[in-house]
Design a protein around this ligand. Sequence first.
Ligand code: SAM
Ligand code: SF4
Ligand code: SF4
Ligand code: SF4
Length: 403
Amino acid sequence: MKRRQEINVFSTSAAPREKVVTITPDGQTALPLQQNAPGDSREALLVENADSCLLIPRTVDVRKLYIEPTTICNFNCTTCIRHSWADDLAHMDWSVFVRIYEGLDRLPQLECVHFGGFGEPFSHPRLLEMLALVKDKGLQAEVITNGSLLSDEVIERLIDMQLDRLFVSLDGPEEEYNQIRQGGDFAAVVKNIRALNRAKEKRASRFPELGIEFVATRDNYQKLPALSELTRQLKARRVIVTNLLPYHREMKDQILYDVEDITDLFSLEEAFNMRRLRFPEMRLRTDRMCKFVRDNAMAINYRGRVAPCYALMHSYHCYVYGREKEIFAYHPGRVDEKALDEIWIEPNYLRFRYNVRNFAFPSCPDCKFLDGCTYACDNEADCWGNSPSCADCLWSRQLVLCP
Ligand SMILES: C[S@@+](CC[C@H](N)C(=O)[O-])C[C@H]1O[C@@H](n2cnc3c(N)ncnc32)[C@H](O)[C@@H]1O
Ligand code: SF4
Ligand code: SF4
Ligand code: SF4
């Protein structure tokens, strides 16, 4: 066989279009871009770096919204971030929700509103109203819940409004669940899920579809096979298994990634085969991808502060591979000051998302300078000059997942 002498450069549909342009001495240039529809002008952010220029389109293309209706909860799970932050425990003010709701019409590509965050959504006294308003706009709505507040009346209302998805957190079968989900009662939550299934059957309703989320720790992961069987019995259509992000010292040795040989757990994908299963990575991989940014998602906390993701919604400390790390919230806007579409195209936020999409961050967990590096103590900045930095984020590694 004849040996090739050089690479054949080929172009795919994802390859950038390239054109040489002239920049005049006064810094002006004409950009031969694809034409718009007649009379339709576009805006873009021009970012000039030392060796390149970027044009980032200012397109209002939010597709998913995460809303945190409250930070109040009737449980006190050992894993919960609420142990490691200084935020108060409060419901979202109705006026904040109304600001968000009024902004929905200005997000033309919005598909889904997810109610979750860090608190129990159903403890907000007006959650059902929020959900119904979102559904009335023709959007998909979903909630993640601890499942304890699903009374018969709530279940009927969820079916009435045809809520799209209801995720219930079940961190293991009974004994493990009750150890982690303090204040919770496994049997009561399972009873509520069965009541939901009965009510759906009675009304021949496919919605709300049930999802189950499981946080895998060193103490509970052996119970995944039992959970698989339970999710089958409970007719869950989706299952999300995530690794733990420890928020306090006592939990830091509970992580499984890169620590335990749990390769046999992957056979579970087989066991969960009837449902859509998302299973986390168990090791650091080269590839990094942020699902929040990839899905064009925006997160809004209980105070109406906008964040790019769950990880940057609050300030807290956590343990990344056993190393204590301070996370500072990054809020590119707040809903009482600006409309959601205006916040989305703020220069700082646009540039941040561009960097995340291209993952232009160094990698702290496997960096040889990690021991002496003060940047890695928090997410304020990194050695490449990013601020905030996603260089240590375990969501981007698919080690930590959420709906
Ligand atoms: C913070 S809760 C909020 C919604 C609701 N209260 C619940 O428990 O489902 C959202 C999800 O995060 C998970 N979670 C809690 N602590 C976690 C941790 N340290 N690492 C990863 N996921 C965690 C919960 O189990 C739950 O599935
Ligand atoms: S139920 Fe959810 S919000 Fe409440 S303590 Fe547990 S993980 Fe945290
Ligand atoms: S910030 Fe520090 S630990 Fe992270 S990659 Fe750069 S030098 Fe390494
Ligand atoms: S990479 Fe991590 S910290 Fe950065 S935006 Fe995504 S989830 Fe948030």
